[in-house]
Design a protein around this ligand. Structure first.
Ligand SMILES: NC(=O)c1ccc[n+]([C@@H]2O[C@H](COP(=O)([O-])OP(=O)(O)OC[C@H]3O[C@@H](n4cnc5c(N)ncnc54)[C@H](OP(=O)(O)O)[C@@H]3O)[C@@H](O)[C@H]2O)c1
Length: 268
């Protein structure tokens, strides 16, 4: 991304993950990244690890930047937006990763004709394997979208969606890693129950979730086809899967995601 400077407001987990991804991909130069954060120690560690420019004033970070990434917690968005009012112009593009904060609210708070993109990332972005869905505000042009896709693509796979889908996206991929971690917890504790040593049960659960995820990602076959390949008629896997089906696991997932989607709607 030639001649693009990026301001990162909020240098926490996600801000750091994105900066790390851009530098690793050679997408943005360290000298072209200007990070600001309420915590001086977060800035100090960012400067030490990535050699980017750091500032304690959000407005100073935003000034002259082509892209502004808002990576603070949703509860801090009101103060951050109020502080930036009038300092972002239509020549810049704002990317917000704050869960549940609608595009219209950001546009109204910043004023003017600012292009705003809202993103729902997920935590595997921390290891470059995020699922990132973005939706674009009314002032966003194709050139802005290209920039956004490049920046997000440095830490995972990217899709575009309508903003009305963001609650469902939050329920599936935003919260999704927690369901998978919960699966790993349940596998480990069931293994423990069968008499395996705790460390072995935990390691096998972790490696099984990792390996199955990698296989699913790399294979051209569907999840159902891969599942069928592990399941011989009358075998061990079939015995376990019939217990899951009898317990109504598919229906339970539908209810769980509906609850997450409802909660996301309430929060935004
Ligand atoms: N779907 C997901 O799984 C997912 C995952 C990660 C993140 N997200 C979204 O990503 C965003 C960032 O999350 P995170 O985990 O990276 O949060 P985080 O680690 O708390 O980082 C946010 C940083 O912003 C700082 N900050 C607070 N108020 C500020 C202000 N007024 N000006 C400048 N900096 C300020 C915080 O400092 P203090 O600690 O002092 O407040 C903190 O260092 C959130 O909005 C979240 O919704 C979503």
């Amino acid at each position: 991304m030639k001649n693009k400077t990026v301001a990162v407001i909020g240098a926490g987990n996600m801000g750091r993950a994105l900066i790390g991804g851009w530098l690793k991909a050679g997408l943005v130069k360290a000298a072209d990244i200007r990070a600001s954060d309420a915590k001086p120690e977060a800035l100090a560690s960012l400067k030490k690890d990535f050699k980017v420019k750091t500032l304690e004033d959000n407005r100073a970070a935003v000034e002259g930047s082509s892209v502004v990434l808002l990576a603070v917690k949703p509860q801090n968005m009101a103060e951050v937006l109020a502080g930036l009012k009038g300092s972002v112009s239509s020549g810049q593009v704002v990317i917000s990763i704050a869960a549940g904060v609608r595009i219209e609210r950001i546009e109204q708070a910043l004023g003017g004709e600012v292009p705003v993109v809202r993103v729902m990332p997920n935590t595997p972005a921390l290891v470059g394997a995020g699922a990132m869905v973005y939706c674009a505000g009314r002032n966003v042009k194709p050139g802005h979208e290209k920039t956004v896709e490049l920046l997000l693509g440095a830490v995972g796979a990217v899709w575009k969606a309508d903003e009305e889908w963001m609650d469902a996206v939050t329920a599936l991929s935003g919260s999704g890693p927690a369901y998978v971690f919960n699966l790993a917890e349940n596998l480990a504790s069931a293994g423990l129950e069968l008499g395996l040593p705790a460390e072995l049960a935990e390691s096998l659960a972790r490696q099984t979730v990792y390996g199955a995820g990698l296989l699913l990602k790399q294979s051209s076959e569907s999840a159902a086809a891969l599942r069928e390949k592990v399941t011989s008629p009358g075998g061990t896997t079939a015995a376990a899967l019939s217990v899951l089906a009898e317990a109504g696991v598919p229906g339970i997932f539908k209810r769980a995601l509906s609850a997450a989607c409802r909660r996301s709607r309430e929060l935004s």
